[in-house]
Design a protein around this ligand. Structure first.
Ligand code: AMP
Length: 198
């Protein structure tokens, strides 16, 4: 199964992806996690991405596309994967199409988690508080000021992807305001319907 999870920052993509990893045994490919690992490791990519990420802006398409192209060739992706936080621009969406067609594979479904904007900033603040309480590192971009920029980037560059995938007949929407369990159940129902339609 090859799946894209779309939605603004704080929509719950990461949380839901984790659950799908457990249920379907396929990896979650989070470009945010990969970039944070690169920053942590001090790689060339990490050095170039750090300031951009801290400001809540998007890292260049070229960098992100290269990371994903390399990642999907790893053996654990052979049975499928969940793209979380990627693609985030129309250029990246086109890159996904060619990456997959070059490998003779295709996407199954694109699921958009639809969430009320007003709920998002509260979720981000809570994520930072929970991380702190658990003694985990707090993301530098999980604060209200940077969050506003992340949301602006989302509307400017990522929101057009819903039209892109709708036009291809691939978009399915799920109410991301429901409880975590209810969202998981709805996603699973969408995936089951997609499997029946294949
Ligand atoms: P996330 O963990 O998905 O919220 O991503 C955190 C940050 O990493 C974003 O605000 C961007 O700076 C960067 N990032 C993650 N994924 C992408 C992507 N697909 N394209 C560009 N930048 C990205």
């Amino acid at each position: 199964m090859r799946l894209i999870l779309l939605g603004p920052p704080g929509a719950g993509k990461g949380t839901q992806a984790q659950r799908l990893v457990e249920k379907y045994g396929i990896p979650q490919l989070s470009t945010g996690d990969m970039l944070r690992a690169a920053v942590q490791a001090g790689t060339e990519v990490g050095k170039r991405a750090k300031a951009v990420m801290d400001a809540g802006e998007l890292v260049s398409d070229a960098i992100v596309n290269a990371i994903v192209a390399e990642r999907i060739d790893q053996p654990d992706c052979a049975r499928g994967f969940i793209l979380d936080g990627y693609p985030r621009t129309l250029v990246q969406a086109d890159a996904v199409e060619s990456m997959l067609s070059d490998r003779g594979i295709s996407l199954d479904t694109v699921i958009e988690l639809v969430v009320d904007d007003r709920a998002l900033v509260g979720r981000i603040v809570k994520r930072a508080e929970d991380a702190k309480a658990a003694g985990l590192p707090v993301r530098k971009d999980d604060n209200p000021a940077v969050f506003e920029e992340r949301l602006r980037e989302y509307y400017k560059k990522t929101a057009p992807l819903t039209g892109y995938y709708y036009a291809k007949g691939r978009l399915r929407t799920v109410d991301g305001m429901a409880s975590i369990d209810a969202v998981t159940a709805e996603i699973e129902a969408v995936l089951a319907a997609a499997a029946r339609a294949r």
